[in-house]
Design a protein around this ligand. Structure first.
Ligand SMILES: *[C@@H]1O[C@H](CO)[C@@H](O)[C@H](O)[C@H]1NC(C)=O
Ligand SMILES: *[C@@H]1O[C@H](CO)[C@@H](O)[C@H](O)[C@H]1NC(C)=O
Ligand SMILES: *[C@@H]1O[C@H](CO)[C@@H](O)[C@H](O)[C@H]1NC(C)=O
Ligand SMILES: *[C@@H]1O[C@H](CO)[C@@H](O)[C@H](O)[C@H]1NC(C)=O
Ligand SMILES: *[C@@H]1O[C@H](CO)[C@@H](O)[C@H](O)[C@H]1NC(C)=O
Ligand SMILES: *[C@@H]1O[C@H](CO)[C@@H](O)[C@H](O)[C@H]1NC(C)=O
Ligand SMILES: *[C@@H]1O[C@H](CO)[C@@H](O)[C@H](O)[C@H]1NC(C)=O
Ligand SMILES: *[C@@H]1O[C@H](CO)[C@@H](O)[C@H](O)[C@H]1NC(C)=O
Ligand SMILES: *[C@@H]1O[C@H](CO)[C@@H](O)[C@H](O)[C@H]1NC(C)=O
Length: 291
């Protein structure tokens, strides 16, 4: 109740007659009856809108600042010193904008009261608008407002989140998630990048052993093995002697080697191992000599 009375005391009712200044009535149509234009300035006690003023005057009474503001079409609010100076005057600052549009520079003050025109911006209708300058643009003529939305939002009150996934930005079957002003792609295995545009090269880590040739596939690699090797990564040394895929003579030892094999004619035979021929004479020198 007490607070309400204080509010009433500072509720300034300014009436002006503007037969020669139609632009004023255009700027403030809070109320306009024929040639009478009135503006209800509200007070925000001990607060200050810190923007560059149009004019600074020394005045006798608080209300004089309101009259001065009303006379300047570009004046939308004003600051008045909370306490008179040594000469009993009050400093009056006429301002070209308002606290809705400059919320970052509107602050508590020990020295000033701020006066403003009530607006639909008072109820903070803008949901996802700019943080500071341009948060809510008061349209005084039509008792309306306009929200300047941050990127990613739209609608009268910036209440609608623009779906950044609509355009299908994720490639290669990536799943898209809308994140306010941006999108996020969840890539299927084998793809990376902000838009899953990168086919990960699985050959990068040289997975194919024993000189196998690597071919990159989606989320996979394929090794083409050098002769004598097998396995997904060419890690298996084929034992040609066991698989029978060798060309050793039947009278030769087959010995597996890494990636290949060799053939050695068994004792009593000569040749390169592939051809072992000509049994050497029946002489058995070693047997004879030992006897
Ligand atoms: C207004 O803001 C400026 C900086 O932007 C600062 O230096 C100045 O002290 C402020 N004035 C008041 C009265 O808060
Ligand atoms: C609000 O701020 C914007 C951007 O700074 C400006 O274009 C516009 O004229 C301002 N409106 C008022 C009423 O101050
Ligand atoms: C508003 O007041 C706060 C707290 O006192 C201070 O941190 C901030 O810098 C002030 N902003 C301006 C624009 O004066
Ligand atoms: C994406 O998924 C569809 C259907 O499952 C499939 O036919 C297509 O090959 C996939 N594309 C890629 C790049 O994985
Ligand atoms: C791979 O090839 C290089 C050159 O062609 C050769 O020197 C090396 O011995 C080979 N390594 C294997 C395991 O086959
Ligand atoms: C790997 O490559 C070889 C030769 O290019 C091919 O025969 C084989 O089918 C491929 N395997 C896979 C799983 O792609
Ligand atoms: C070659 O293989 C045979 C069996 O096929 C074996 O008796 C012989 O010791 C092997 N030789 C060498 C040098 O490993
Ligand atoms: C045949 O292979 C075996 C086993 O690796 C090896 O010890 C031997 O020296 C090889 N013989 C020839 C003639 O290369
Ligand atoms: C083995 O002998 C046959 C004839 O007996 C000949 O055709 C072949 O070329 C020979 N191979 C080698 C490797 O000497």
């Amino acid at each position: 109740m007490e607070g309400y009375q204080v509010l009433l005391r500072y509720y300034v009712f300014v009436i002006g007659i503007f037969t020669t200044l139609p632009s004023v009535s255009r700027a403030f149509s809070q109320g306009s009856i024929n040639n009478f234009v009135y503006v209800n300035f509200m007070i925000s006690e001990f607060s200050y809108l810190n923007i560059t003023s149009i004019a600074r005057n020394l005045i006798q009474e608080e209300n004089d600042c309101g009259y001065a503001c009303l006379e300047i079409p570009s004046c939308f609010s004003y600051n008045v010193a909370a306490f008179p100076d040594v000469n009993g005057k009050l400093l009056c600052e006429l301002l070209p904008s308002d606290k809705y549009n400059n919320s970052d520079t509107f602050n508590a003050s020990k020295e000033f009261h701020h006066f403003y025109i009530p607006s639909p911006c008072d109820s903070s209708p803008c949901k996802n608008s700019r943080k500071n300058t341009g948060k809510c643009i008061s349209l005084y003529q039509e008792n309306g407002y306009k929200c300047i939305c941050v990127e990613g939002f739209t609608g009268k009150d910036c209440e609608t989140n623009i779906n950044e996934c609509e355009s299908g930005p994720c490639l290669n079957n990536g799943t898209c998630t809308d994140r306010g002003n941006e999108f996020n792609c969840n890539c299927p295995p084998g793809f990376s990048g902000n838009r899953c545009e990168i086919d990960i090269n699985e050959c990068e880590g040289r997975p194919c052993l024993n000189n196998g040739t690597c071919t990159d596939r989606i989320n996979a690699f394929n090794c083409s093995c050098s002769p004598g090797f097998s396995g997904n990564r060419c890690e298996i040394d084929i034992n040609e002697c066991e698989t029978g895929k060798h060309h050793c003579d039947s009278n030769a030892f087959c010995n597996n080697t890494k990636g290949s094999y060799n053939c050695t004619c068994i004792p009593g035979y000569i040749g390169n191992g592939v051809n072992c021929t000509g049994k050497i004479s029946n002489r058995k020198p070693s047997a004879d000599s030992t006897k």
